[in-house]
Design a binder for this molecule. Structure first.
Ligand code: NAP
Ligand code: ZN
Length: 351
């Protein structure tokens, strides 16, 4: 075991603060990674504040962080895919049972024994897993991703969650070229959703509650921007979308977005507000519409997404912060004041 500096929350009402955790020694299958950058996902905040307590309660202390880019420092004797010095990524998953139907279908996120990067039972050390707000992490090589060398590591970190979470449902929807696609909420997930939908040839419309984000939305790749609090702007788009990706982190009226769909249209939820959303049957049955959900993506698809980003130079728009500013960043996240992902420079943990 090795002592590792980290930031943790001691309870749902405590700020994140310096802490020391233990990382396991590398087993033969493991890769030890020095963490360079870790993105701040709204899921980190939901978990730290125990907002998902009815579905997956938080075990404290909690070390969040699942958008990790780092450098390999050591590999176990059986590791074949990585060597010291490689720049790698770790997302929301660090292990699974490797054998269930979901694992065999490359959707390890749905494995009943999936080990998430934080707040998940740790089968090596007991207790729960600790995430990327730390100096280093030890991960089974099958959950380590290769980060294309042309991508800035600080801006590539958010691809490990915000990237794959938006890439996966957009790919799964089918041939999106020329389709009218809505992205609801211009935050960490939303801005990546805009980039991917645009890259795959859709006509992209951003729905935002923040009129000040309009110029950015267009720069990020949107063709049109709708301020969702403006009834007239909303009415102009009613019934016209093929697909809408909803990334909102808080309670909202989903029926409004079902109303934006055309015949057979689909709203896919990736946002995970703490309270259940009320769905009107009529909003679905008139127009044969569907509402579905999507959870991150499997390891194979995450690598495919990273390679796609490498090829097309797609990265996140990040505001790099030292870890000492993490609590301030959380306050800004709650106020939708992020442009468009915080990425923690983990060198600051040494200060
Ligand atoms: P984020 O950066 O905070 O972005 C969320 C955006 O939603 C905000 O920027 C804001 O956009 C909009 N919003 C916030 N509160 C709102 C409200 N009350 N009404 C309407 N719009 C509101 O968060 P994120 O990191 O992108 O995560 C978004 C959600 O996805 C979170 O719930 C997170 O836990 C979840 N998530 C799910 C998965 C998955 O696998 N399904 C993976 C990662 C994250 P505007 O200012 O443009 O309105
Ligand atoms: Zn996340």
């Amino acid at each position: 075991m090795s002592k590792t500096k980290a930031y943790s929350a001691a309870s749902a009402t405590s700020p994140l603060a310096p802490d020391t955790i233990q990382r396991r020694e590398t087993t033969e299958r493991d890769v030890q990674i020095e963490i360079l950058y870790c993105g701040i996902c709204h899921s980190d905040l939901h978990t730290v504040r125990d907002e998902w307590s009815s579905f997956m309660p938080t075990t404290f202390p909690c070390v969040p962080g699942h958008e990790i880019v780092g450098r390999v420092v050591k590999v176990g004797s059986g590791v074949t895919g990585f060597k010291p010095g490689d720049v790698v990524g770790v997302g929301c998953l660090v292990d699974s049972d490797h054998s269930c139907p979901s694992c065999r279908a490359d959707v390890e996120q749905f494995c009943p024994a999936a080990t998430f990067t934080y707040n998940s039972p740790d089968k090596h050390q007991g207790g729960v897993t600790y995430g990327g707000y730390s100096e280093s992490i030890v991960v089974d090589e099958s959950f380590v991703l290769r980060v294309p060398s042309n991508l800035d590591p600080a801006a590539a970190a958010p691809l490990l969650c915000a990237g794959i979470t938006t890439y996966s449902p957009i790919r799964r929807w089918g041939e999106i070229r020329g389709k009218k696609v809505g992205v609801v909420g211009l935050g960490g997930l939303g801005h990546m959703g805009v980039k991917f939908a645009r890259a795959f040839g859709a006509h992209v419309v951003v729905f935002t509650t923040s009129p000040s984000k309009k110029e950015d939305a267009l720069r990020l790749g949107a063709h049109e921007v709708v301020v969702s609090t403006d009834a007239e702007q909303m009415q102009a788009h009613a019934g016209s979308f093929d697909f809408i990706l909803d990334t909102i982190s808080a309670d909202h009226d989903i029926n409004v977005y079902l109303g934006m769909l055309g015949l057979d249209g689909n709203v896919t939820l990736v946002g995970a507000p703490e309270k259940p959303l009320a769905v009107s049957a009529f909003a679905l049955i008139f127009g044969r519409k569907s509402l579905s959900g999507s959870l991150i993506g499997g390891i194979k698809e995450t690598q495919e997404m990273l390679d796609f980003c490498g090829k097309h130079n797609i990265i996140s728009d990040v505001e790099v912060i030292p870890i000492q500013k993490v609590n301030e960043a959380y306050e800004r996240l709650v106020k939708s004041d992020v442009k468009y992902r915080f990425s923690i420079d983990m060198a600051s943990l040494k200060n």
